[in-house]
Design a protein around this ligand. Structure first.
Ligand SMILES: *Cc1c(COP(=O)(O)O)cnc(C)c1O
Length: 350
């Protein structure tokens, strides 16, 4: 605490990202992709004309937005890009949810959402998950200043189908519904096609997980022209150039390589289901997952004890020390070899 901090900064509770260890560990704690990005990325980086760096990048990131638009079957004017989807989310919270009515969030979801609420002084209400750890979309049927949830949800892994989201959008028409699709490529169903009929739907996405580009920091939002314009207003009051030239070229190359992307997602999903079977045979309860992680608890060992047992054996997973969740571990899907090591370590622990 410092006397020099603004009063609002003294009251913040910042998000704590998963650890990025300096020593060599098997890292299954931040849902990074275990496979390298598209080979096209390496070519772009090797051939990048260094002299171009003298200039500022395109403040509108038009080429990148055009590529994202093609991939998602929308127009470039319906796409917004930012420095990771975390930044896009932050701008969206400021653009749409600083409202007199409270924002609705699932009680268990991406823990950055309440952090943004605190930052912008947004009143919010949390809505309990159902008894299968799934977001109950009906629970959002109350007067609200907006709705935000991840679909598939993190850290629980369950995703609702497009029809269910369409149902929600038929009931909520005068506030913004933000669906965070960070994990949708691992077996979820995207809500993007609903944007045509629902001007209050904003879908966010990222190249960090399914495109193996967490280090690049590129995220995006897709929505009606009026929502995208709202985001542009906030962005242009904050940072004109969130996407640097290298990030733009690399992201475009990655997005154009559909085959590599598809193959990596399928490998992750296959390994996920293999890991599920192994965990279940070791006495774990494993929630269904449409993501690149599994959310699991052991029937007789605490989450904390398994977390530290794994850590001693050089394997890092995510443990949330929060009420109701402390027996669970969130385990990112790594390579087949990494998951084999995980299973062997668990065999020694339980
Ligand atoms: C990882 C993640 C993000 C952030 O992604 P970046 O694009 O890397 O900032 C957003 N939402 C959820 C639910 C995530 O898990």
């Amino acid at each position: 605490m410092s006397q020099f901090w603004s009063p609002a900064v003294r009251a913040l509770t910042p998000y704590v990202p998963g650890e990025q260890p300096r020593e060599k560990l098997i890292k299954l704690n931040t849902n990074e992709n275990p496979y390298p990005p598209s080979p096209a990325v390496e070519r772009v980086l090797q051939q990048f004309p260094i002299d171009h760096l003298r200039r500022y990048p395109d403040p509108e990131s038009f080429a990148l937005r055009e590529t994202l638009a093609e991939v998602h079957g929308v127009g470039p004017e319906q796409v917004f890009v930012g420095n990771g989807s975390d930044e896009v989310l932050a701008l969206a919270f400021q653009a749409f949810f600083c409202q007199p009515k409270p924002l609705l969030l699932p009680a268990i979801s991406y823990s950055f959402y309440p952090v943004y609420c605190k930052l912008y002084d947004i009143a919010y209400r949390t809505v309990a998950l159902d008894d299968r750890w799934q977001i109950s979309l009906e629970a959002f049927d109350v007067d609200n200043g907006g709705v935000v949830f991840a679909n598939p949800n993190a850290p629980t892994g369950h995703g609702h189908g497009r029809d269910a989201i369409a149902g929600l959008l038929n009931r909520i028409t005068d506030s913004v519904v933000l669906v965070d699709e960070a994990y949708v490529d691992f077996g979820g169903e995207s809500a993007v096609p609903l944007i045509a009929d629902h001007p209050n739907l904003l879908v966010t996405g990222t190249l960090s997980k399914s495109r193996s580009l967490a280090g690049l920091r590129v995220g995006y939002a897709i929505g009606s022209r009026e929502l995208i314009e709202g985001l542009e207003r906030v962005k242009n009051s904050f940072n004109s150039y969130p996407i640097d030239m290298l990030a733009s070229d690399v992201a475009i190359a990655s997005l154009k390589d559909g085959a590599h992307f598809q193959a990596c997602c399928e490998r992750v999903m296959t390994t996920r289901e293999w890991t599920r079977t192994q965990l279940e045979s070791l006495g774990f309860e494993v929630l269904p997952s449409q993501t690149n992680f599994l959310f699991t608890r052991h029937t007789s060992y605490s989450g904390a004890s398994i977390f530290s047992g794994l850590r001693e054996r050089g394997i890092l997973v995510r443990h949330f020390d929060k009420d109701g969740l402390s027996d669970f571990l969130r385990i990112s899907i790594g390579t087949d070899d990494e998951m084999q090591s995980l299973v062997e370590a668990l065999l020694a622990i339980v």
